[in-house]
Design a binder for this molecule. Structure first.
Ligand SMILES: [Zn+2]
Length: 291
């Protein structure tokens, strides 16, 4: 063989090598990132049989040139590869050790969602291009998977008409991902409920969460947690007991998304105001009045 390893060959061999050895470096066993290379185990770069290839860090590959121990590892690996032909391993691991495509997709999707969620929560928005590039980079580093095309698809899903985020153009005509704005109808409903919650303050001395309210002369000074508890209390049974769902075309009400996110914290009986006052709901309180 007189050809060096072409890009086409690499593309064909990469999934086979990952299946056979995992996405780790042959020499140091650490996970690989973007800097992996195709190591020719016998150091002949024209010998491209799959048995003579393994994935490794570039730095470990360079070290091998002058390191006897690493050369031994390479020789052992050739022997092992020849004894255990790829076809056999492929069949075996396909059903056992390897995460299925579905699992990988789920992991990448969830990671993309979480990353955008955190960035938008912290900064208010994230430029579309940054979201795409950073997520692709982090997915590759973390999981060894996630093409630009795949992540782009996920971001499109996360910003579609019924999703939590939306894409807007800023004054420089750059695409930004932001939290979806509630439409006017939703907003009206939300404020109506919010005002009802405020009425509770009047009687705050006897109410759950009264520690969040201070009376100063004629006015009340209060932590928004007090309102959040009532707000959550109102929407809990709607969602959990009556399973009220919105029409799928409507913009999701923020509180429903929140409650679903925190649904594990709610037992069946845990919908009293007193229980929602509990510290374990503190993050939910914060998110509720943050929206
Ligand atoms: Zn290495």
């Amino acid at each position: 063989m007189t050809k060096t390893l072409t890009t086409a060959l690499k593309q064909k061999d990469l999934p086979i090598l990952i299946q056979r050895d995992g996405f780790v470096c042959l020499y140091c066993s650490d996970p690989l990132g973007r800097d992996y290379i195709f190591d020719h185990l016998d150091d002949n770069r024209f010998h491209n049989d799959i048995e003579n290839l393994a994935l490794a860090h570039q730095s470990c590959n360079i070290k091998k040139a002058s390191n006897y121990d690493l050369k031994i590892i390479a020789q052992e690996k050739i022997k092992q590869n020849e004894e255990m032909p790829v076809k056999f391993i492929e069949d075996r691991t396909a059903t056992e050790n390897l995460p299925s495509e579905i699992e990988i997709n789920k992991t990448l999707y969830n990671f993309t969602k979480k990353y955008i969620y955190e960035r938008v929560n912290t900064d208010g928005s994230i430029p579309y291009a940054d979201a795409l590039n950073e997520t692709v980079y982090l997915c590759q580093e973390k999981f060894g998977h996630g093409s630009e095309q795949t992540i782009r698809r996920y971001i499109n899903q996360l910003t579609c008409g019924v999703a939590e985020f939306q894409i807007i153009k800023d004054d420089k005509d750059q695409k930004q991902i932001v939290k979806r704005k509630l439409n006017w109808k939703d907003t009206r409903q939300t404020y109506k409920q919010f005002l009802k919650c405020l009425l509770d303050i009047e009687d705050a001395t006897n109410e759950e969460g009264k520690n969040w309210i201070n009376k100063r002369g004629d006015s009340f000074e209060g932590d928004l947690q007090f309102i959040a508890v009532r707000f959550v209390r109102y929407y809990c049974p709607l969602l959990f007991t009556f399973k009220l769902k919105q029409a799928p075309t409507q913009t999701p009400v923020a509180i429903y998304r929140l409650l679903e996110e925190y649904s594990k914290l709610f037992g069946k009986s845990q919908t009293t105001k007193k229980e929602i006052c509990d510290d374990k709901f503190a993050t939910l309180h914060k998110h509720t009045y943050g929206k």
